[in-house]
Write a protein that binds this ligand. Structure first.
Ligand code: 6R9
Length: 566
């Protein structure tokens, strides 16, 4: 197999028109993601290629070719149009990771609707806030989740249809309709709605640190970025079997759990199941997964389970590994290289960017602990937090900023123009994170803006502290936050969960403190370690330090709707 091209080769003369050409898109022409990911692939002669191999925790399996994707997404698009859903209206997908979710995504887009994917684990209140804000017209769901919709139904006068994909013989209530995808009359030909580059496609709700969640509005042109970043960063090749762990309620599960692989005509496997190391390794082994896109939260859990369990499985199919969502600790990179024979490659991006923007491309040397470099076509820098001028000095941390204008950048927050405008300063888009850049152009993540700790006027990022903690053999996960201090304003406090076989004790605290003292500056040293059973996380697996910090400061914690509560 030939080596992937180098970063320099890919960057030279880069233009997003490379993706336009490969996708056969002429500026000004209609462009529809649903069509791109199904009909177009069939036209390329791949109609009978496996597109989705789905499995759930009970061992049920289903398989769909690209032609199935085409016909079944037609069928859903036709059904929604017949119901009277019009282009531009929001259709919420509120399902577990069942095939209807993935194919429904393409179907809504094909009829010109705007997909609003939400985690099926959301309770009725989290659901209500988002359906009300988006003025959603229809929701597609399952029997097991419909009670949550019924509970809030009367307060959502504009929600015209509740569509059940597995109603069977169950009695339906007012405005509920049954749509069993497998039994519906298959629609061979559907006139795909001629959306154009700027037509809205996906409305992703992202949790703000405080206040209400924001609806990030994507457009159909985003596929240009998602196609090319999936191909180059995830190193997708025609024979790959690709596995993305993310739920489509999170942007990773749509940009790279649907659009990226399928616009590339790649076979993907979906496992509708929670985390379980044994089951995950079995899944990789059984399906001969070659490319795996995961997240630090899952990787830390795998590390906690140890290497012995890895050795019991044949994971030799794995060729390329990538990670997103949180900083990827150097320890995790080194560990993955050791146990899988290839390191997890970090990828940094956001709901708002729509695609990977800073990353370790396959051909680049990986520096463990660094996120890598700006993707070709993305201009990224770090800005001084007061002047918003580029820091232009290696090793000095600043605000991560991107030059606006890449194809998959969101076009706004739904009903929140002021919130969107506030993300731009001095001609840059601000990510809300801090990093420094080294002499080779590699970005080193420091922390989210609001998580940075100000101790005696010095800023300390939680990432370096947590990475040092993770190097101790007893530590499974940690979160470093500020706690109030009369002298230094803030000092560092670390919350730590332990690996199996270790119990909290004063001695262990001392041992961990001694271990990290060698790695951290005195300012970054935690004043206190608190052992906890688990850390607060979002549904996408991010540690929410804000909750821990607010408790230390006795402040209200703000919006908790995306926090895992089970
Ligand atoms: C795709 C996604 C975005 C925020 C982002 C940052 C954090 C994501 C990261 C990372 C360090 C990485 N983040 N990837 N931090 N290294 N490789 O996660 O989108 O849910 O909107 O979150 O996640 O703080 O600003 P989203």
């Amino acid at each position: 197999m030939s080596d992937p091209p180098s970063y320099e080769e890919l960057s030279a003369n880069f233009s997003w028109s490379i993706a336009e050409q490969e996708l056969g898109h002429q500026p000004g022409d209609p462009i529809n993601i649903g069509w791109m990911c199904s009909d177009r692939i069939c036209r390329m002669g791949l109609a009978n290629k496996l597109a989705l191999h789905w499995e759930d925790y009970q061992g049920n399996e289903k398989q769909f070719t690209f032609d199935d994707l085409r016909v079944l997404s037609n069928t859903i698009a036709h059904f929604l149009s017949e119901l009277g859903i019009r282009p531009g209206e929001r259709v919420c997908l509120f399902m577990d990771r069942v095939p209807e979710l993935y194919i429904g995504f393409l179907g809504v887009l094909k009829m010109g609707g705007v997909v609003q994917p939400l985690f099926s684990a959301f309770g009725d209140e989290s659901l209500f806030v988002r359906l009300q804000d988006a003025n959603t017209s229809a929701i597609v769901t399952q029997k097991k989740h419909v009670h949550k919709v019924r509970k809030i139904r009367e307060h959502l006068p504009n929600l015209r249809y509740i569509i059940l994909v597995d109603a069977g013989e169950s009695p339906l209530q007012q405005s509920e309709v049954s749509f069993p995808m497998d039994q519906a009359r298959r629609i061979e030909d559907f006139a795909v709605y001629p959306t154009t580059a700027e037509s809205p496609s996906v409305l992703h709700y992202t949790s703000g640190t405080t206040g209400q969640p924001k609806g990030a509005q994507h457009v159909h042109y985003s596929v240009i970025s998602q196609y090319l970043t999936a191909k180059w960063v995830l190193d997708l090749r025609p024979d790959d079997v690709y596995w993305c762990n993310a739920d489509p309620g999170w942007v990773t599960g749509t940009s790279y759990g649907i659009i990226g692989p399928w616009s590339n005509g790649i076979t993907q496997v979906v496992f509708d199941s929670g985390f379980n190391a044994e089951r995950w390794y079995e899944f990789i082994e059984k399906h001969r997964v070659t490319v795996w896109y995961s997240a630090p939260t899952a990787i830390r859990l795998l590390m906690k389970e140890g290497t012995e369990i890895v050795q019991r499985h044949d994971l030799s199919s794995l060729r390329h590994l990538a990670s997103v969502g949180e900083p990827l600790n150097a320890e995790a990179v080194v560990w993955s290289q050791k146990v899988f024979g290839t390191p997890f490659h970090d990828t940094f991006w956001q709901t708002e960017t729509g695609c990977i923007v800073i990353t370790n491309l396959p051909g680049m040397p990986v520096k463990p602990g660094s996120m890598g470099k700006a993707f070709p076509g993305i201009t990224a820098t770090v800005l001084h937090p007061k002047t918003y001028e580029a820091v232009n000095q290696t090793g000095i941390a600043g605000l991560i900023a991107l030059r606006p204008g890449w194809p998959s950048q969101i076009r706004g927050y739904w009903n929140n123009e002021a919130g969107f405008k506030a993300k731009f300063k001095n001609g840059w888009y601000l990510c809300g994170d801090r990093a420094s850049i080294d002499a080779d152009g590699y970005f080193w993540f420091m922390g989210r803006d609001d998580d940075v700790i100000n101790t005696g006027g010095h800023l300390v990022g939680p990432f370096e502290i947590e990475s040092a903690l993770l190097e101790h053999h007893a530590v499974a996960e940690s979160a470093a936050v500020a706690k109030p201090d009369p002298v230094n304003m803030e000092v560092v406090k670390a919350f730590v969960t332990l690996k199996r076989g270790y119990d909290p004790s004063g001695d262990l605290e001392l041992e961990i403190m001694n271990h990290i003292r060698k790695r951290l500056s005195p300012l970054a040293m935690p004043q206190e370690i608190e052992f906890v059973d688990c850390l607060p996380k979002t549904r996408s697996g991010k540690i929410v330090r804000r909750i821990l910090r607010c408790k230390e400061f006795h402040e209200p914690v703000g919006d908790l709707s995306t926090i895992m509560d089970d």
